[in-house]
Structures are given as structure tokens and as C-alpha cells.
Design a protein around this ligand. Structure first.
Ligand SMILES: *[C@@H]1O[C@H](CO)[C@@H](O)[C@H](O)[C@H]1NC(C)=O
Ligand SMILES: *[C@@H]1O[C@H](CO)[C@@H](O)[C@H](O)[C@H]1NC(C)=O
Ligand SMILES: *[C@@H]1O[C@H](CO)[C@@H](O)[C@H](O)[C@H]1NC(C)=O
Ligand SMILES: *[C@@H]1O[C@H](CO)[C@@H](O)[C@H](O)[C@H]1NC(C)=O
Ligand SMILES: *[C@@H]1O[C@H](CO)[C@@H](O)[C@H](O)[C@H]1NC(C)=O
Length: 793
């Protein structure tokens, strides 16, 4: 018995490689499911197999997968004929009929799938080297091919067209169609759509921005997107990216995963492991439908993505969070307004389903608007800068996300008299579909063949580049016209474009007006051809290859936070590397501090805004980003003194596991006076270096004393900030009373409680021991915990 089980296991393992196999299937012949380990079609280069693959007990599918040795029972499936309807493990077969039709028959000999083809001549089914399963006749005409009906995966060279779409699988083990789709929409734009059982919505590009702001075109009706063999993805709507391992020819596949994100996986030739070389969405909770209605999504690096029910709600189906949460109360709506109350939840956002939107609304206005409407489930109340507070009343609570960096509040409508505490909200890991992210930068030296193909690709690429530039100059001209009348770009732009060096040279009048100088390069003022004012940073040296630079720049270009300076584009030509940012007329925090124009409440608001954006960078993006050069010069202010953090010249996208000063950071350091002790003592670099610098900036905002100029010293570079820290510690010992340390420019006109809180937080942030410092989201929570409001829970 034991022997037969181990034999079975052995057979199972063997079945995953194409051991004995055919090169093609001709008219009148068939593959049978019982012989699924032998009856497989192999591509000439032995890279792909086609055949029956076991999905579950007695459930098989006919598909194409990577031919690779396995130790665990998983195939890298890239295509399936019958994903919705697996066939029986007995008597099922794939037949190439004499009529020329390819059919998949179930045990009862019922047709489960067919190619719907017909031909009188000889017909052959074969698997091409690129993984395309092709049915062709004797003249070589292709009657049918698997590349025309993708499931959830695109292989290099396989185009996504107007006729095709990717549909995610339901879960990692259930391959039937799930809720996410990647497709070209009616307006020619490539989109990701959540198409759930009750609702559907677009979540990429983010729905609240215009197409051109996302860097896309909608006038190109070609509708074609393709990943090439070097790792470049291009789409006819101007969306593009390069993988992190761009340039090397390795096996790759682009997959719409069951969590709604699109990832490119590459295979390491040595370890034979797949790793994520690129993903399209950086902000895990911006994907719709994960947590269902009446719940919120939150993400952090340690715990991953989680769902939790709102207070007063309970989870509907513990094994599937997409069902959402249902109310534990019954809100009768009889026109009696006193039976409702509102629970304030800070830092929580619900997107969509707004019944009313009122700008510059008072809190009471918003409450009354919601009370008058039986279907109102609550309202979103958010400070929108110049426009005052905005009110959005909600018909449904969907696409909820919790984020300390979000600058708004939801007021949840609950029946009066019930006290729903936080305790009743259940938190469960999102186990329905979790995808582990790990990066692997191991690069093999290219062998001769690869070098030749690279050379070939470069030669072809150069030709393409010439065409590309010609098309570009045309597109830029047409684009200007269409954008000229849309100057209201106050909305967050997540798109960016490529600029030519000449264009930027003209914009800056030959790099004449210098406005700043940072670790990585010099910043110039420029006016772009569309009349927008820009800050253009010219990096000193092109140390990175173009692919690497592009991969990094496009990640930064897609970050989107109101307290982050916007990046509009870049230039990578020859040895030139430039970044194009929005220009902030009102200068930096450093200037405003030295000219004494900031009262205490502005300083507090700036502290909160900077903390929010750092929390976003550290904790909410799937890519882990450290700024590494937080200082008042890099905190710019807009007309309403909202802070915008700038200068990612020194930032680095990091893999949590390769955090090692020697590898990633040998070159990169912050600015004297703001640098954490880890730099000096050669300790591991973590997000706590930003926390430290942030703490020093807080101390500078409170005291008005700069850590770089306060005291001249001779004993090492860290002693300036140490002196400032020690001075503040001594003055505030025990009490945190701000009166002895406060910037004389503020005089006595300040909220003592809030300034004391600021000092307390600052001193926690500059603790010598990095583990004793709080995380940025804890800082946000501390700073907003005392915004006086009786409704807070
Ligand atoms: C897979 O998901 C589909 C759709 O939700 C469901 O009908 C089917 O029963 C599931 N199959 C398995 C094996 O769980
Ligand atoms: C809960 O979800 C699972 C998995 O999708 C499903 O099989 C089951 O029928 C659901 N239960 C209810 C009560 O909806
Ligand atoms: C969400 O809650 C509302 C009541 O506030 C309820 O009417 C609705 O059915 C809930 N949604 C789901 C999916 O249970
Ligand atoms: C907002 O409303 C207040 C009072 O209703 C008014 O004084 C103020 O000017 C308004 N602000 C804007 C930006 O409309
Ligand atoms: C900020 O910029 C606006 C617009 O350019 C200007 O009107 C305002 O005076 C500036 N404020 C400060 C404090 O520089």
C-alpha cells in the first residue's frame, strides 16, 4: 500500500515534466487524459508543454505550461482551454477530428471546448517555441492559436488586442474566471476592472484622474499591448514599463493575478525560481473588491493586506472576504432624525457611490444632508485646501481603505443608543488570494547567444528609436493642443512622460537658472513647451543603465500622494539623466523658517503632512521606499502652506530582505545634521533613518534652530544634531513644556498642548536606538490623536 502510494506520488511528480512526448498531433488522432503524463506536445526548444494537467482530484484541464522540473505539485500554467469546466480524469480526451475541428471531450463524450475550425486538407496541432499552441493546415495557414484566447497570462510576444482580455483566476487554487480583467476599454485605454458579482468598477488607472493626466492617449485606436523578450511592456495608449531585470533574455510571463494586480514574473536560470520583476499597482488597497462592502482594507509590509469590518458590522463569509460585511443593526428610516448618530473614523476613505457632493460644506450641513436621506450610510468629510471642507454622502460603503496617511474622515451612520466599539470589528487576513512578493536581482553573465540576441535587439531597437522619436515629435505637437485648454491640473497626476534632452535644454534656457543643489544633482527652473513651470533636476552622473533608471523612475512617477511633489517626466539620453518635477512657487520650509513667516498651526500642519507622506512611502506602497534625505530644504510649500516632499535623488527602492548598507547604500547618504547615527556607526539602514531626520526637522521647526549651524564643532559630523537634541532634552526634561525651547519668532502665541506634543514626538523620533523610534504611521496617529473632537471613537 505504502509502496503504491509512493509510486503514485512519484508518477505525479514525473507527470509535471514532459517526459515522453510528441511534437505534434495530426488529423484523426487524440490525446487521452489517462495517459496525461506521456501524451504531451512539446515545443521544439523544449520550453513549453501542452497536455492534460490535473487541477484537483479527478479534475483536469487541457493547457500549456512551462516545461520545468518540479519538486512541489504546481505547474506554471500559461493557458487553459477549459478553465471554467474541468473534465473527468477518465475517458476524457482531446481529438483532432477529420473535419479539422479540435475538440475536448469529457467522460460522457460531451464537447467541453472546441476550436470551431474546419479544413479539408491536412491539419496539424503544434506548440511553437514561444508557447503558442497552433492549429495549422498544410499550406501553413493558422486556423486557430492559443495566443488569440489568453486566460490570465501573456507570454513575451503575445499581444493583448481589441479582441482579447486577461481574466484573473478565482483564487490561487481555483483556476476558473475571477473578478479582475485587463482589457482595452471602448476609449482605447488599457484598464484594470473589477467585475464582481454585484458591482463593477475601474481601479487602474486611478478613476479620479483624467486619461491624459495618467499619461495615456485615447486617440490611438490600434489597441495593442505587448511584452517583449527583453522585458519592455508597451501599449498603444502610451502606457509602458520595463521590468527590473530589463535587458536580459530570460523566461518571463505577465499575469493578472487573482488579487487584481498585474505582475511580470521572470525565471532565474540558475535557481529555476520565478520572481516578480515588475508589478503594475504599487498601492495594494487601491485594488477594488478585495474586502467587499462595509469593510476597509489596510496594508503594511509585515502583515500584508488585511480586511476589517466597520464598527457595527460583522463579516458575512469567513472564508471569502469579497462578500463583505453586513450590519448588526436595523436602521429604521421613519423621518425621525434623532435615531441616527455618526461615528467618526479618521484616516479611512471610501471611494465612489457618492449621492451628494458639496464643496466648502460645514460639518452640520453634511450631517443634515445625510440624515435627510434614508439611503445615506455615512459621509466622507475631507479638507480640500483652498476649497475648504468637502462633503460626500455615501449610498454604499465600498472600496474602503484605512490609511494613516489619508487626510480625511468618514462619519459612519449608526442607530442611536447602540454602542459599537472598535472591539467588534473583526480582522482577518486576506487569505483568499495572497501573493508573496520577492525580488531577485541575480543576473547571469550573458552567454554568447544572448549577447548576439541583445546585439540584434539593440540594432533593431535603434531603428525603432528613430521611428519612435519621429512619432513622438508628432505626438507631442498634437498633445499640446489637446492639453492647452486643460490647465486645471490640480488633481494628482500619476502619469509622466519622456522628454528629450533638447526639449529640457530649451525649457531651462540652457540650464541657466539654478534653484537648488542636492546630493544627486543640480535643480534648474524651466518652462515646458506647454507653459507649465517645472523644476528640472540634472543628475550628476549616469551610474545606472537606462533600463534600471527607467524602472526606478517609473516607480517614483507612479507614486501619488498630496504631500509628495509630482514628477512629470524624465529624460534618459546617452549619459544624460534628468527628472522633471512640478515647480513650487512658494519655496521651501527652510526659507520660510529663516524668514519667520510660519505660525505654530502652520508648523503643526506641515509636521502632520510630512509624517503622512513618509508613512505612505514606508508602509503603504508595495515597493518599499526610503527618502533618506529629509530636511527643510526638501520640504516645499504650496500656496496654502501644504507641504510637499521633494527630491528623490537619493531615495532608493529597497527589498526588505537585502537591507544591507554595504550593498545598496555605499554611496548614498543624507545631509549633515539630519543624518541618523546608523550612517555613522555602519549599522543596517531601515526606514527609521527617515524617522530620525524627521525628528530633527521637527526640533528645528519648534526651536527655530538649525542643526547645521547651531554650534561649530570639531568632533565628527553628527555632533551638530546631537547638540540640538541634547539641548532640547535638557530644557524639556520631564515636562515637555515648550516654553523654554520654542522659536522666539512664534512668541507666546501658540497652543501649548500641541507644541508639547510635537516636542514629545520629536524626541521619540531622534532616539539613538532605532528600535526605540516610532514608525511613521505611529507618528501620524500621535499627531492627530489630539485633534479635539467629541465624536472621535
Ligand atoms: C471555483 O470557483 C467557481 C466560481 O466561484 C465555483 O463555482 C467553483 O465551484 C469553484 N471550484 C472549486 C473547485 O472550488
Ligand atoms: C462562502 O464562500 C465560499 C468560498 O467562496 C463559498 O464556497 C460558500 O458558499 C460561501 N458561503 C456562503 C454562505 O455564502
Ligand atoms: C452594507 O451595509 C448596508 C447597511 O448599511 C446594507 O444595506 C448592505 O446590504 C451591506 N452590504 C452587504 C454586501 O452586505
Ligand atoms: C466657504 O464658505 C464660507 C462661509 O459660508 C465663506 O465665507 C468662504 O468664503 C467660502 N470659501 C470658499 C473657498 O468658497
Ligand atoms: C505663495 O504663492 C502665491 C502664488 O504664487 C502668492 O500669491 C503668495 O503670496 C505666496 N505666499 C508666500 C507666503 O510666499
Amino acid at each position: 500500500m505504502a509502496f503504491s502510494i509512493s509510486l503514485f506520488v512519484l508518477l505525479m511528480l514525473l507527470s509535471l515534466q514532459c517526459s515522453s512526448s510528441l511534437l505534434s498531433l495530426n488529423k484523426g488522432s487524440s490525446l487521452s487524459v489517462e495517459k496525461h503524463s506521456e501524451d504531451v506536445i512539446l515545443s521544439k526548444n523544449q520550453m513549453f508543454c501542452a497536455g492534460f494537467v490535473q487541477l484537483a482530484q479527478n479534475a483536469f484541464s487541457f493547457g500549456v505550461w512551462f516545461n520545468e522540473p518540479h519538486t512541489n505539485n504546481t505547474n506554471t500554467l500559461v493557458w487553459m482551454a477549459n478553465r471554467q469546466q474541468p473534465v473527468n480524469g477518465k475517458l476524457s480526451k482531446l481529438c483532432l477530428l477529420n473535419s479539422g475541428n479540435l475538440v475536448l471531450l469529457d467522460a460522457a463524450q460531451i464537447t467541453t471546448w472546441s476550436s470551431n475550425t474546419a479544413s479539408h486538407t491536412q491539419v496539424t496541432l503544434l506548440l511553437h517555441d514561444d508557447g503558442n499552441l497552433v492549429l495549422r493546415d498544410s499550406q501553413g495557414t493558422i486556423l486557430w492559436q492559443s495566443f488569440d484566447s489568453p486566460t490570465d497570462t501573456l507570454l513575451p510576444g503575445q499581444p493583448l488586442t481589441r479582441f482579447t482580455q486577461l481574466v484573473s483566476s478565482r483564487s490561487e487554487t481555483n483556476h476558473s474566471s475571477g473578478f479582475y480583467k485587463l482589457l482595452f476599454d471602448d476609449d482605447n485605454v488599457l484598464r484594470l476592472i473589477y467585475d464582481g458579482p454585484y458591482v463593477s468598477s475601474q481601479y487602474w488607472p486611478v478613476p479620479w484622474i483624467l486619461i491624459w493626466q495618467a499619461g495615456r492617449f485615447n486617440y490611438n485606436s490600434t489597441r495593442i499591448a505587448v511584452l517583449d523578450s527583453l522585458g519592455n511592456f508597451t501599449s498603444s495608449d502610451n502606457y509602458f514599463f520595463s521590468t527590473n531585470d530589463y535587458g536580459s533574455v530570460v523566461p518571463r510571463r505577465l499575469k493578472l493575478d487573482c488579487d487584481g494586480n498585474v505582475r511580470v514574473y521572470s525565471r532565474n536560470d540558475k535557481s529555476k525560481q520565478w520572481y516578480v520583476s515588475r508589478q503594475v499597482i504599487f498601492d495594494a488597497c487601491s485594488i477594488h473588491g478585495i474586502c467587499g462592502a462595509n469593510s476597509t482594507c489596510d496594508y503594511d509590509h509585515e502583515r500584508g493586506r488585511r480586511c476589517s469590518c466597520l464598527p457595527g458590522y460583522r463579516v458575512k463569509n469567513h472564508s471569502d472576504w469579497s462578500y463583505g460585511c453586513e450590519p448588526m443593526f436595523d436602521l429604521t428610516c421613519d423621518g425621525n432624525e434623532s435615531n441616527s448618530t455618526f461615528l467618526k473614523i479618521q484616516g479611512v476613505e471610501f471611494y465612489g457611490y457618492d449621492h451628494n457632493y458639496v464643496q466648502n460644506s460645514t460639518y452640520m450641513n453634511c450631517v443634515n444632508l445625510c440624515l435627510r436621506d434614508c439611503n445615506c450610510k455615512g459621509f466622507q468629510y475631507r479638507y480640500d485646501g483652498d476649497q475648504g471642507f468637502s462633503c460626500y454622502t455615501k449610498l454604499e460603503l465600498r472600496n474602503g481603505r484605512r490609511s494613516p496617511s489619508y487626510n480625511g474622515t468618514i462619519y459612519l451612520r449608526l442607530p442611536n443608543g447602540n454602542s459599537f466599539s472598535k472591539v467588534e470589528s473583526v480582522r482577518v487576513d486576506d487569505h483568499v488570494c495572497s501573493v508573496m512578493l520577492h525580488k531577485d536581482y541575480v543576473r547571469k553573465p550573458a552567454n554568447r547567444f544572448v549577447r548576439f540576441s541583445l546585439w540584434l535587439a539593440t540594432a533593431v531597437g535603434a531603428l525603432e528609436m528613430i521611428c519612435f522619436l519621429m512619432i513622438w515629435s508628432f505626438l507631442i505637437r498634437t498633445r499640446q493642443k489637446s492639453c492647452a485648454d486643460q490647465q486645471g491640473y490640480h488633481l494628482a497626476t500619476v502619469g509622466f512622460r519622456k522628454y528629450s534632452y533638447r526639449e529640457l535644454e530649451e525649457a531651462t534656457k540652457g540650464f541657466s537658472e539654478e534653484i537648488g543643489r542636492g546630493g544627486g544633482g543640480v535643480v534648474y527652473k524651466g518652462i515646458l513647451s506647454d507653459q507649465r513651470h517645472a523644476a528640472i533636476k540634472r543628475l550628476y552622473e549616469a551610474k545606472q543603465g537606462e533600463g534600471e533608471f527607467l524602472a526606478e523612475v517609473s516607480i517614483i512617477g507612479r507614486l501619488n500622494h498630496m504631500n509628495l511633489i509630482e514628477m512629470w517626466g524624465y529624460c534618459a539620453e546617452g549619459k544624460h539623466r534628468l527628472l522633471v518635477y512640478e515647480y513650487m512657487e512658494n519655496g521651501s520650509l527652510a526659507q520660510k523658517l529663516s524668514s519667520n513667516t510660519l505660525d505654530w498651526s502652520k508648523r503643526y500642519n506641515i509636521a502632520l503632512g510630512v509624517a503622512r507622506v513618509l508613512a505612505y512611502l514606508h508602509e503603504e506602497c508595495l515597493e518599499w521606499i526610503l527618502h533618506c534625505d529629509i530636511k527643510p530644504q526638501n520640504i516645499l510649500l504650496d500656496a496654502s502652506y501644504e507641504p510637499k516632499v521633494a527630491d528623490f535623488g537619493l531615495s532608493k527602492l529597497l527589498n526588505r530582505n537585502t537591507l544591507n548598507k554595504n550593498s545598496s547604500f555605499s554611496m548614498i547618504r543624507g545631509t549633515r545634521g539630519y543624518m541618523a547615527p546608523e550612517w555613522v556607526y555602519n549599522l543596517p539602514i531601515t526606514s527609521k533613518v527617515d524617522v530620525y531626520s524627521y525628528g530633527i526637522v521637527l526640533l528645528e521647526m519648534i526651536t527655530g534652530k538649525s542643526p547645521t549651524t547651531s554650534v561649530q564643532s570639531i568632533d565628527g559630523e553628527n555632533s551638530h544634531n546631537e547638540r540640538l537634541v541634547t539641548w532640547v532634552r535638557e530644557k524639556t526634561s520631564g515636562t515637555y513644556s515648550p516654553e523654554y525651547i520654542i522659536d522666539p519668532a512664534i512668541k507666546t502665541n501658540y497652543d501649548e498642548f500641541k507644541m508639547a506634543l510635537l516636542a514629545k514626538v520629536a524626541l521619540k523620533c531622534v532616539k539613538e536606538d532605532k528600535d526605540a523610534r516610532p514608525s511613521m504611521s505611529q507618528v501620524v496617529e500621535m499627531l492627530q490623536s489630539h485633534e479635539s473632537d467629541p465624536l472621535k471613537y
